[in-house]
Design a protein around this ligand. Structure first.
Ligand code: XMP
Length: 534
């Protein structure tokens, strides 16, 4: 196993993710664990190496140090950014603050042949120096090597950008190998973990399930858990995992707000209640939601109503379950499918954003209001890891690899006032679009267009246009198809879907969904448009 000590960098979990990708088991712990704790952690003889993360702070602002035991265990240690600085400071080198912050892309020159960097380079200079393209973010830097260390790499701005004591197998880099902008970052971490530490690549998703199950059981004990199931990937995987751990101590509440996709509610029930035999309460609240939305057309107002009602319904259900006391004392935990990017977003850059473009479905305040403790078993995982976990738990691939669906559902895909009639038309049109995206395969890649797009859906436009069908005139509604490609959903390009696919979808929708006589394709990128229309 590998121990990652977290000094508070935003990207510490990325280190863990890169280590997991090498199939080596790792654990992230706060940097202020004691030396005794570290020795205890290593007592089973399985600890193969330690990684010290970066920090958001400077060595002058904080006095976080690695527990001394880290350097006394005889295992390899890798310091990253702040981790390098604290390693230098603790082992007798010198660190200085600097006025010029280095932030972003940099080219690093490797010196000599250290076991860590040998043969790893992006290009070489005419003089034959190996060069690495990396991502840097630091103000302070090491200005004097600790005894026993030699220079491993440097940049113009940062003469000591990496150092190594190959006797003791201590390595450190000032740049961030864990981010993808550092082109050879994964190779470097792989080299450290597999070759220098000699850790075995025997960790697989199944092991993760075992560990996660164990952790949930320890945290929950004999108490009960309630979870809001939405049918989305994250809450579904969380539900399946928690159910695996504690069975009937988990109750899922599935709030059907009447704004779900075609047959979605039945599919969720079939999967969780039917196949997994989990306790699921389905609350049909569509009348309530549609009632409160009647006459409201302003997008933000619609979002707020849906968000508030969701919380109200969920709360009422939780109280009801408690009161019913069916042999239990009521839930003391609220489980959520929070994943790691959500954690970064809520604590990090997002809070600084000056304007709210869209108020997202937010159930953040729920645990306090309900007086419940939080259970978030997916907190450390990235989306693709959550998907892999879902498949390993036996959820159908189709469900786990679905495009994201917004919390307010079709409520933000019906422009203006939401009506049941509109929602019914939209559901049928959207199902046809998705079905054809799954039917059409791109020859070059062998993938379906569903898999080639990040998100695709149909939008209902409450305007009527004239058409002709058979011998008659029609005067019916319009829908827009939207399909985008994106890696982070912050920016997105509209997808260049094949004309044959668009043609098929258009003709099927107009022929099969009475009430829609025109189909358009949205060719706007984000920015300046957004992915959803509201
Ligand atoms: P926009 O429309 O802002 O969407 O470009 C970016 C991504 O966020 C999704 N989205 C939401 N997801 N609750 C969610 O859980 C919401 O209220 C919400 N609004 C938008 C959208 O589907 C896209 O993937």
């Amino acid at each position: 196993k590998i121990l990652i000590l977290d000094f508070g960098s935003q990207v510490t979990q990325l280190i863990a993710r890169r280590v997991r990708e090498t199939h080596v088991y790792c654990e992230v712990h706060p940097c202020d664990v004691s030396s005794d704790w570290v020795r205890q952690f290593a007592a089973d003889g399985k600890l193969k190496g330690v990684i010290l993360s970066g920090s958001h702070a400077s060595v002058y602002e904080v006095d976080d140090r690695a527990p001394d035991a880290v350097f006394e265990l005889g295992v390899p240690v890798l310091g990253i950014c702040y981790g390098m600085q604290t390693m230098a400071a603790q082992l007798g080198g010198k660190v200085e603050g600097s006025h010029s912050r280095e932030f972003g892309y940099a080219e690093v020159r490797a010196h000599g042949h250290t076991a860590l960097l040998k043969g790893i380079e992006d290009f070489s200079t005419p003089e034959g120096h190996g060069m690495l393209k990396v991502w840097m973010s630091h103000g302070d830097k090491v200005t004097e090597l600790p005894p026993g260390f030699k220079l491993m790499c440097s940049t113009g701005n940062c003469p000591i950008a990496g150092m190594a004591d190959e006797m003791r197998r201590f390595y450190a880099v000032q740049f961030h190998p864990e981010v993808t902008h550092t082109v050879q970052g994964a190779a470097l971490l792989n080299r450290f973990v597999r070759e220098i530490c000699g850790a075995q690549a025997d960790w697989i998703m199944r092991d993760h399930i075992e560990e996660a199950v164990q952790k949930i059981r320890e945290q929950v004990g004999g108490e009960e858990v309630i979870l809001g199931l939405s049918g989305g990937v994250d809450s579904s995987v969380a539900a399946a995992l928690i159910h695996r751990a504690i069975g009937d101590q988990l109750t899922c509440v599935f709030v059907d707000h009447g704004l779900l996709r075609l047959n979605e509610g039945d599919m969720v029930m079939d999967m969780f209640a039917g196949k997994l035999h989990a306790k699921v309460v389905r609350v049909d609240a569509s009348d309530l939601f549609l009632g409160e939305l009647a006459g409201v057309s302003e997008p933000e107002q619609k979002r707020k109503i849906i968000g508030r009602l969701f919380v109200d319904v969920f709360k009422a259900e939780a109280e009801k379950l408690k009161a019913s006391g069916q042999g239990h004392k009521g839930a003391t935990f609220l489980a959520q499918g929070t994943i790691y990017p959500d954690v970064i977003e809520s604590g990090g850059a997002k809070s600084k954003k000056a304007v709210t473009i869209k108020s997202h479905h937010n159930v953040g305040g729920l645990p306090e209001q309900l007086g419940l403790k939080l259970l978030e078993p997916l907190r450390d995982l990235f989306k693709d890891e959550v998907r892999e976990l879902g498949v390993a738990l036996g959820l159908p691939r189709e469900m786990v690899y679905r495009h994201p669906f917004p919390g307010p559902g079709l409520g933000v895909r019906i422009l203006g006032e939401v009506k049941k009639e509109y929602a019914d038309l939209l559901r049928r049109a959207d199902a046809i679009f998705i079905e054809e995206l799954r039917n059409f395969t791109d020859e070059a890649t062998g993938k379906t267009w569903y898999d080639l797009t990040s998100q695709a859906f149909t939008v209902f436009l409450p305007v009527k246009s004239v058409g002709v069908m058979g011998d008659g005139r029609t005067y019916d509604y319009v829908v827009a198809l939207r399909a985008v490609q994106t890696s982070d959903f912050m920016t997105a390009d509209w997808a260049e879907l094949p004309y044959a696919l668009l043609k098929k979808v258009s003709s099927r929708i107009i022929n099969e969904v009475r009430g829609i006589n025109r189909v358009t394709y949205d060719v706007s990128s984000k920015p300046p448009a957004t992915i959803e229309w509201e």
